[in-house]
Design a protein around this ligand. Structure first.
Ligand code: SF4
Ligand code: FES
Length: 374
């Protein structure tokens, strides 16, 4: 049955094609002191003078809450690079949003964390690149980063804010997963997310250095399974396995335009962080239209909603309501067609080629990392 809602600007939207979004990722800035070789931000970064102002971001948060968003992820780049971070957090909370700060830790002081706690910040997600200063600082391309992260974790938990550690895993640190889990326990985190690198954005340039081997991936799965048993009730371990070694693709973003949206530092509203890699889609800016109109009406959000866009392979498949046909940006990158079945899928005609290429890449690794430019 079709239902309709009245948006803040009195436009009647047909919501039968999409429920309201549950989560919004606000990329407050692309500025970041780290230079991670797997950075998922676009290759062309937004400059500081193009970023939304404090008032503009607060307006976006208010619209998001009106639209039905429950979870707001304050991200970047490094969100601490915004001097108005505490003010923005306070405003988001006043609209009833659950706030999660996704940070590298660099740029946060104890005083700032206490101010964020006083503002009511609900949760911190702290990235780690490795379990020692040597490995972490080498991968993050920032000397002193590891020590700062350890201090930040202590300040966050002392301030009573729940902490999640966020570890991107790849060929160069996959052997450290058990030590990362131990580190999460020592830092009093409640949760750790171990996510295998995705080859979007800058990571694509480092595929040769970051692609894990099949053996590493199998060991990582065993490590996580054992650790989940060992730390049951103490630490929640989320694990995103390596796409290229999986049988089926992930339900990227929980399905295109289904549960979440991203707003870039300059206000472009995207269905996912890599959507701009799909040629032919144009993305509207929050400076020119309401969030509600963009979510319900824009061509970009409607492009891969539902099942009409799917190739026959997906449309006739029983998993289409599980993975929604996989990742559109991955289909674009690997198949050259954003409407194709995600080539990771075992049923895709491109899967055998992807397996061969993955095995070749992991058998002849590149040693050097190309760091993200700042
Ligand atoms: Fe998912 Fe499509 Fe593969 Fe089915 S054919 S498992 S819907 S990607
Ligand atoms: Fe864009 Fe998966 S990253 S749909």
């Amino acid at each position: 049955m079709s239902t309709a809602v009245t948006s803040a600007d009195d436009v009647i939207h047909d919501v039968s094609r999409a429920p309201p979004p549950m989560a919004m990722l606000a990329e407050l800035t692309h500025r970041c002191p780290l230079a991670c070789p797997y950075c998922s931000n676009p290759v062309e970064l937004t400059r500081a003078n193009e970023e939304l102002s404090t008032e503009e971001w607060i307006g976006v948060f208010e619209q998001a809450a009106d639209l039905g968003v429950l979870h707001l992820h304050l991200s970047g780049g490094e969100p601490a690079a915004r001097r108005d971070l505490v003010e923005l957090t306070k405003a988001a909370i006043s609209f009833g949003l659950y706030t999660n700060l996704i940070t590298s830790g660099v740029g946060l002081t104890e005083e700032r964390i206490n101010s964020l706690a006083d503002a009511g910040l609900d949760h911190v997600q702290l990235s780690i690149q490795g379990v020692s200063p040597e490995s972490a600082d080498r991968i993050g391309g920032y000397k002193g980063g590891y020590e700062r992260k350890m201090a930040v974790a202590g300040w966050v938990t002392n301030a009573g804010i729940p902490l999640t550690l966020n570890a991107v895993c790849h060929r160069q640190n996959m052997g450290e997963i058990d030590a990362m889990i131990e580190l999460a326990i020592r830092l009093k985190a409640r949760r750790i997310e171990v996510a295998t690198v995705q080859f979007h954005g800058w990571a694509e340039r480092n595929k040769g250095a970051l692609m894990p081997t099949r053996e590493q991936v199998e060991r990582a799965t065993c490590t996580v399974t054992e650790a989940r048993k060992k730390y049951e009730g103490i630490l929640v371990i989320d694990y995103v396995p390596a796409d290229y070694y999986s049988k089926y693709p992930k339900a990227c973003m929980g399905g295109w335009g289904r549960v979440g949206l991203n707003v870039t530092p300059s206000g472009r509203v995207l269905p996912c962080h890599a959507a701009e890699t799909i040629p032919g889609l144009s993305f509207e800016n929050i400076r020119d239209g309401s969030l509600s109109e963009i979510w319900y009406e824009s061509d970009a959000f409607n492009a891969y909603r539902g099942e009409d866009w799917m190739p026959e392979l997906c449309r006739s498949c029983e998993r289409k309501k599980v993975d929604f046909g996989g990742c559109r940006c991955q289909a674009m990158a690997l198949a050259g067609n954003a409407s194709a079945t995600d080539p990771v899928c075992i049923r895709s005609p491109l899967r055998d080629r992807l397996t061969r290429e993955t095995d070749e890449l992991s058998a002849t690794p590149t040693a050097t990392l190309t760091y993200r430019g700042r």
